[in-house]
Design a protein around this ligand. Structure first.
Ligand code: DGL
Length: 276
């Protein structure tokens, strides 16, 4: 059997914040990161397009031999994961898995909130999909979830404006709306892989007693647990401690911007997915 890297997919750079935690927690594995930077952001795209783009990315990673792919993107997980798991994977001849990042986030919440009032910020696509309330209420029907779509946050980060007065304005505006709707929120989930870069602004504009949850560590712990529980998938993942980066955009552009998201220096290779 030919073991291959774990595939990690994001619409762009955001998934690098998740990949970093995978490499910290599970450094023994090889990883293959794919960012669909040419078509990012996914956040305000239609259900059909997010489905199509995500499926193309998964198929590409499967063609590279990956047998386990993580959708390190909330928008893709919220809109495309279920279709991929229910309609695409059963027809494959190889034993392959695609996992998302909503479930591990939902699982962690139940232990973190005391007031049982949780706030969630994400892209328009993630919030409008309604996938988070479904996942959370399956596990914790008592949690009251209040969500706010923050369409400006990803473009601010993508344009390197995350420390600017403009970022402060939009973060305050969106968070004020959220906390006004439910002042009992004690836990705020950053349900977008770009948002950890806005942490400074988010902390500043949230009530001090509110705990702010990022996903990287939660998702890495969950992957660790998954690999222990599924030795038949674990043995398909190669262990050389390497990481390769693929992008649908120009390589130099990816490398320059990736340094904002990751501590390591990144060399990427440009690839073309089906419909590009
Ligand atoms: N990485 C995506 C997420 O976590 C946000 C970026 C986008 O809109 O494509 O939701």
């Amino acid at each position: 059997m030919n073991a291959k890297p774990i595939g990690v997919f994001d619409s762009g750079y955001g998934g690098l914040t998740i990949l970093e935690e995978f490499r910290r927690k599970l450094p023994q594995y090889d990883y293959l990161y794919l960012g669909d930077n040419a078509r990012t952001p996914y956040g305000n795209r239609s259900f059909e397009l997010v489905n199509q783009f995500t499926l193309e990315a998964v198929q590409y990673l499967f063609r590279q031999g990956c047998r386990l792919v993580i959708l390190a993107c909330n928008t893709a997980s919220a809109k495309a994961l279920r279709n991929i798991q229910q309609q695409y994977l059963p027809g494959l001849e190889h034993n392959s898995r695609v996992l998302g990042i909503l479930r591990p986030t939902a699982e962690a919440l139940g232990l973190l909130t005391k007031s049982r009032h949780v706030g969630l910020v994400g892209t328009q696509g993630t919030v409008q999909s309604g996938s988070y309330p479904i996942e959370i209420h399956k596990l914790f029907p008592d949690i009251q979830l209040e969500s706010e779509a923050c369409p400006m946050w990803v473009p601010l980060v993508e344009n390197g404006e995350h420390n600017s007065p403009g970022a402060s304005y939009f973060v305050k505006k969106d968070l004020d709306r959220l906390f006004e709707r439910d002042p009992l929120i004690d836990t705020l989930v950053l349900a977008c892989t770009h948002y950890p870069l806005l942490m400074h602004q988010i902390r500043r504009h949230s009530p001090p007693e509110v705990q702010i949850i990022t996903q990287g560590k939660l998702v890495a712990d969950s992957l660790d647990d998954y690999l222990i529980r599924h030795p038949e998938i674990e043995e398909l993942c190669s262990k050389g401690g390497s990481c390769r980066y693929l992008t649908t955009e120009a390589e130099d552009k990816f490398q320059e911007m990736a340094s904002v998201f990751s501590l390591t220096s990144i060399k990427a290779q440009q690839v073309h997915l089906n419909s590009l």
